[in-house]
Design a protein around this ligand. Structure first.
Ligand SMILES: [Zn+2]
Length: 276
């Protein structure tokens, strides 16, 4: 399994912000142990034309010129460059069937909106770049409201999200058109989560789907401060094993996950579930 990565993603941050460079630094340190056998590929920035398949020209300019306000998404100097790099890494993950280990995350960003630590919607940019009919599985603990807004009614995409509720951003209570939402109570645990995922996948008509794109957030982890659904490390392995049964080319893009000490271990569990 290839991991798309660039140390530039560690260059920005704000004191006390949960979406910190330390989370990726520690995850990289864990995953780069040669014993785990991962091959690392350097991330390359997305081209603006790739970003413009998802976001408006105005949004791209606003991110470039820091003309936005969102209390959770600081106006970091050069965030445009970092966001382009994370979007490009998502495209590489799609091409290589790998995992993008980059920040900032993306699933709250909509066509014309930064939100919830997200500036460009990385997974949406990768899916549009692929041109393939895609099942997006959003396993982040928050509802991917940006991804849903981008693809609502789009026949090329089926979006499913399992997320904690009530929680930020307050959406995803019910399914709409091609977007299937499964709100779950805090700390519901591996068994409830996996049963829900299984029911979700079983009920869908996946005919014509060519690939799976995973919005891989790990804030569902039982030690996470923001969106715990009580999942264990083994839970991520089991999620991957269930998705692997669909027998489709798969890639994954990091979203949230704020327990710094175990993020690398949980990513490894998910990736192992696809390889074993
Ligand atoms: Zn999240």
């Amino acid at each position: 399994m290839k991991i798309i990565w660039h140390p530039k993603c560690l260059e920005y941050g704000a004191p006390g912000h949960p979406e910190s460079p330390e989370r990726l630094a520690r995850a990289y340190e864990f995953l780069s142990d040669p014993k785990l056998g991962y091959e690392f590929v350097f991330a390359e920035p997305a081209r603006e034309e790739d970003v413009l398949r998802v976001h408006s020209p105005r949004h791209v300019e606003d991110v470039k010129k820091l003309r936005f306000y969102d209390p959770d998404s600081p106006r970091y100097p050069n965030i445009f460059e970092y966001a382009l790099l994370a979007a490009g890494a998502a495209i590489q993950a799609m091409q290589l069937h790998g995992f993008s280990l980059m920040r900032p995350p993306g699933h709250h960003a909509a066509k014309e909106r930064v939100a919830g630590f997200c500036y460009f919607n990385n997974i949406a940019i990768a899916v549009r770049a692929s041109g393939k009919k895609t099942l997006i599985v959003d396993i982040d603990g928050h509802h991917g409201d940006g991804t849903q807004a981008i693809f609502l009614g789009d026949p090329q995409v089926i979006y499913i999200s399992l997320h904690s509720f009530p929680n930020y951003p307050g959406t995803g209570l019910r399914s709409e058109q091609n977007c299937y939402n499964y709100p779950l109570p805090f700390n519901c645990g591996d068994e409830v989560y996996l049963q829900t995922l299984n029911e979700a996948l079983t009920s869908l008509d996946l005919s014509g789907i060519e690939q799976i794109a995973i919005s891989a957030g790990f804030d569902t982890y039982y030690k996470d401060p923001l969106a715990s659904l009580g999942l264990t490390t083994e839970g991520y392995f089991r999620i991957a094993q269930r998705l692997k049964r669909l027998g489709l080319p798969t890639f994954a893009v990091l979203e949230g996950g704020y327990n710094v000490e175990d993020l690398g271990k949980n990513i490894h569990a998910l990736l192992s579930g696809f390889s074993d």
